[in-house]
Design a protein around this ligand. Structure first.
Ligand code: 6PG
Length: 298
């Protein structure tokens, strides 16, 4: 069962998330010598990032930034200094104020003209980055994610072909896996099963995909994103969600009727107690009422 933390307001949520993220990073460094973390974009995490980098708060001192390896769950197809860049936001809010070695900051190159090439490029960056961190697998220590009003996570939008894609011949799709007991997921693809990239519309390779280029349905702009299986391959998945406009999506994701194609965040149900929902009161409003919330198109 996913873990749930509800903070009184957005400020309290950011502080609670800063404490949680710092604890998870400290634990990973104590266990493995470093921490492999995937950051999210959007506007919600900006306050958290600013807190982590603020010397007036304890978290900046507690994190050994030199031992951090940073990745992103998705990116907009823009240059890093563009206002819409997820990397750009994290850099100005946090990375410019702490000392993570640049060789350990693995951003998605949104400036690459063809999103498919950018996705392919990031497949290689992921592999090289995990290898450089001395990791034999591609399992993140922390996957930080946000949630869209339409219940998208990273850039996996309702109706996404990525939700229908069968990761391995004969294996269930991500949508089919949801609702199956965690134990049944034990056989998830090993490192050797993974290929670098899958591109929407390209024939299925029969091996596992880590990154994809997707067209954001409403925005009509290309995005680079980790695939569902790459996102779920994490020791801790922290969902950071704030505001009343997200309440219906949160309700649907956590206890709505099962419909992953229309509610991508339901993918997280597969990950059971590895998922930590960190919400403010407004975003949690529909959970308390037990109202199962709405999915895209309801
Ligand atoms: C992005 C994100 C996306 C985001 C949600 C929530 O690139 O936009 O990765 O998945 O987390 O859209 O965005 P807000 O925090 O701005 O509401």
């Amino acid at each position: 069962m996913a873990q749930l933390t509800v903070a009184d307001d957005e400020g309290a949520l950011a502080r609670s998330a800063a404490e949680r993220l710092t604890t998870l990073i400290e634990r990973s460094i104590a266990a493995t010598g470093n921490a492999v973390v995937s950051l999210t974009g959007g506007s919600t995490p900006r306050r958290l990032y600013a807190l982590l980098g603020d010397e007036a708060h304890p978290w900046r001192e507690r994190i050994d930034w030199a031992r951090l390896h940073l990745f992103w769950g998705d990116e907009r197809c823009v240059p890093p200094d563009h206002p819409a860049s997820n990397f750009g936001m994290a850099r100005s809010a946090l990375l410019d104020r702490v000392s993570v070695p640049s060789s350990q900051i693995h951003r998605m190159r949104g400036e690459i003209a063809d999103a498919r090439h950018a996705a392919e490029d990031y497949g290689g960056e992921l592999r090289a980055g995990f290898a450089a961190a001395g990791r034999a697998d591609l399992t993140f220590d922390v996957m930080l994610l946000g949630l869209g009003e339409d219940a998208h996570v990273a850039s996996i939008f309702p109706g996404s072909e990525l939700l229908r894609r069968r990761p391995l011949e004969g294996r269930p799709t991500e949508a089919e896996l949801v609702g199956r007991p965690e134990a049944e997921l034990v056989g998830r693809p090993t490192d050797a099963d993974r290929v670098e990239v899958g591109v929407v519309g390209r024939p299925f390779t029969g091996r596992h995909e880590l990154t994809a280029a997707v067209l954001a349905p409403d925005l009509k702009t290309w995005r680079i994103t980790l695939t569902p299986s790459a996102l779920l391959d994490a020791r801790a998945i922290v969902m950071l969600v704030a505001g009343a406009r997200k309440a219906a999506a949160v309700g649907a994701a956590i206890d709505g009727p099962l419909d992953v194609a229309r509610c991508p965040a339901q993918l997280l149900r597969q990950a059971g107690d590895r998922v930590e929902w960190m919400l403010d009161g407004e975003a949690a409003a529909e959970i308390r009422t037990g109202n199962s919330g709405k999915c895209a198109g309801d």
